[in-house]
Write a protein that binds this ligand. Structure first.
Ligand code: NAP
Length: 256
């Protein structure tokens, strides 16, 4: 049995939808105080109504330092500090390099990668004050492990998160704070549904467990990294993908 995280102060960026909402629901179910941070207020309100427990929201653009810093300070006031930062917000527009406007590259890298740095930086004063802290990044298999046409910017941002993670793990150790990453495969989220049924069917066919993941699958992996029992794990990553990265060939899946 793991030590309870009841009463811990948690931020989940991108918590209004998809995986972020799943992470928030898992933490709230364990009795944590959870703030969802995203840009769209309507979706934030809907998510707060949907999730059972001590849940509130803040409007925030994770690619903007002022916005992130204000959000973190406001959450610390409301929840009595920051114990756990789940830096999860991300976007994944699909555009091939030949067609990509450089501004789209900047948007994706700003939202997915710079945001990790900003989220960690804003929390450091609170981790230092508390003498401990936890950061969990939502990365991806796409970039760190696999590639997919149309997602060069996304892949670079997600692999970049892991480069950031390793040095951040060293720097955060002086605040007794760990940082780890969850690498989801294909998880049924609001964003993934927008990619269409054909995409989802083709993905399910290439996964040994023969189905896409649920947002809670990522929530429970994040929860593990947040427990007292995971205190000696830092700078690490866990793939949660139903085995998707394992097959050597599509034919090998037919042997199962
Ligand atoms: P989603 O359903 O589209 O949700 C994305 C969330 O991020 C929303 O709450 C969105 O709210 C927020 N967001 C986007 N841009 C933001 C910004 N600039 N500032 C603040 N919040 C922002 O996506 P998802 O599938 O759950 O993905 C969540 C994370 O998991 C992403 O980092 C993604 O790369 C990663 N991931 C997902 C999968 C998958 O299969 N679903 C696989 C691997 C990795 P607003 O738009 O209102 O701000």
């Amino acid at each position: 049995m793991f030590t309870s995280i009841k009463g811990k102060s948690v931020i989940v960026t991108g918590g209004s939808k998809g995986i972020g909402q799943g992470i928030a629901a898992v933490f709230a179910k364990q009795g944590a105080k959870v703030t969802l941070a995203a840009r769209g207020e309507e979706a934030l309100k809907d998510a707060v109504n949907k999730i059972e427990g001590d849940v509130r929201y803040e409007i925030c653009d994770v690619s903007d330092w002022k916005s992130v810093n204000e959000m973190v300070n406001s959450v610390a006031d409301a929840q009595g500090g920051i114990d756990i930062m789940c830096a999860n917000a991300g976007i994944f527009p699909n555009t091939k390099i030949v067609d990509m406007d450089p501004s789209e590259w900047d948007d994706v890298v700003g939202t997915n990668l710079k945001s990790a740095f900003l989220s960690v930086k804003a929390c450091i004063p609170y981790f230092e004050k508390a003498g401990k802290g936890r950061v969990i990044l939502t990365s991806s298999i796409t970039g760190p492990v696999t590639g997919y046409p149309g997602w060069s910017h996304y892949s670079a941002s997600k692999a970049g998160q892991l480069g950031f993670l390793r040095t951040a793990a060293m720097e955060l150790s002086r605040y007794n704070t760990t940082i780890n990453a969850v690498l989801p495969g294909n998880i049924i989220s609001d964003g993934l549904l927008e990619l269409g049924q054909e995409y989802m069917d083709s993905m399910a066919a290439s996964i040994p467990l023969k189905r896409l993941g649920a947002v809670e699958d990522i929530g429970y992996a994040a929860l593990f990294f947040a427990t007292d029992e995971a205190a000696y794990i830092t700078g690490q990553q866990v793939v949660v993908d139903g085995g998707q990265i394992i097959p050597e060939s599509l034919e090998s899946l037919g042997e199962i």
